[in-house]
Write a protein that binds this ligand. Structure first.
Ligand code: UD2
Length: 311
């Protein structure tokens, strides 16, 4: 049975991935310092197949020992300080997690001649910045505007460069706005759909920044897990970067309408000026990952239906 290492595996995307992989009978080890992730996201999983390490990926000695001891087949790098705002407040501290820890891991693998079947680095649509070209192609101009985006881009390039120079089998993904179960709505910078759902459940006021006409390519986490597994398991998909999204965008006003209709409830909205640096329109060109046989199963209405049902 395959062995997986998932950094950030107690977080939103990582815990959804871990659940799928454990259910398929594989072995998973998670390294997560629980700065953003939660024990309860993974606690219910089969303990025979899941080992949890409450550690930071910046603990290099720990990471080296783990990699040497376990000989992982698949390594998925989701561990990050996921907040753009956090990176603006603390650029060097977030850089240590979002970039240095990843190159350290690539170095450990290279120097010790370890042979994982694939290493996947999770990058972000943030690398495209405010470039207005739509839809965003992997070859579109890059304009990382925050330390978060710079570190995502740098780690992504290191991943691919370690592939080209040293033969590490790497692949990178640029996720667009991911939503679904286990996304934590608690922070101001949490995914907007988790915030909207939470406001509806708790009957709280939703703070809408701008007029709601901004669009996003919202991607259901189950589709993201499918894309990760496809990229891990197909040997020919290597040393390259892929947008992971649906290829369609909707406005915030439209998604609010879907929630309201489905829950027969009106969202209390308080309007605020647009967030500084907010991107107005975002949509992915998904032809590259489509050519690799990926198709998102959930358009926004179907994904929201599942999300609302807690699936
Ligand atoms: C996403 C990513 C971010 C980074 C960025 C790159 C998420 C959660 N964030 O940010 O990490 O990769 O893309 O472009 O995927 N909004 C409200 N009220 C709220 C919260 C949000 O009106 O309470 C608006 C917000 O101003 C924005 C839209 O909703 O126009 C989406 O916001 P978001 O924080 O979910 O995601 P985004 O695209 O800003």
């Amino acid at each position: 049975m395959d062995k997986y290492l998932i950094t950030g595996g107690a977080g939103f995307i990582g815990s959804n991935l871990a659940a799928r992989v454990v259910a398929a009978g594989s072995y998973v080890q998670i390294v997560d310092d629980l700065s953003m992730g939660k024990r309860e996201n993974i606690d219910y999983l089969d303990k025979e197949r899941l080992t949890f390490h409450k550690e930071s990926i910046t603990n290099y000695e720990f990471m080296r020992e783990l990699l040497m001891r376990e000989k992982f087949d698949y390594i998925v790098l989701l561990g990050a300080v996921a907040g753009v705002a956090a990176s603006v407040e603390n650029p060097y501290k977030t850089h240590q997690v979002n970039q240095e820890a990843n190159i350290n891991l690539f170095e450990t693998i290279r120097k010790n001649n370890l042979k994982p079947k694939k290493i996947l680095f999770a990058s972000s649509a943030a690398v495209y910045g405010n470039n207005p070209e739509l839809p965003k192609k992997e070859s579109s101009p890059i304009e990382p505007l925050t330390p978060y985006a710079i570190d995502k881009f740098a780690s992504e390039r290191y991943a691919l460069t370690y592939g080209r120079l040293y033969g590490l089998p790497t692949v990178a993904t640029r996720f667009f706005n991911v939503y679904g179960p286990k996304q934590n709505p608690a922070s101001l910078y949490s995914g907007v759909l988790s915030i909207i759902l939470n406001c509806l459940k708790e009957n709280n006021q939703f703070k809408l920044y701008g007029d709601g006409s901004q669009t996003r390519d919202f991607t259901y986490v189950e589709d993201v897990v499918d894309a990760i597994l496809l990229l891990l398991h197909n040997d020919s998909l290597v040393n390259d970067v892929y947008n992971v999204a649906t290829g369609n965008s909707v406005s915030l006003n439209e998604v609010i309408g879907i929630f309201e209709k489905r829950l027969h409830q009106q969202l209390k909205v308080e309007k605020f000026p647009e967030r500084q640096g907010d991107i107005k329109f975002s949509e992915a060109d998904i032809s590259k990952i489509t050519a690799a046989s990926f198709k998102a199963k959930y358009a926004i209405s179907a994904g929201l239906e599942k999300y609302i049902n807690g699936e």
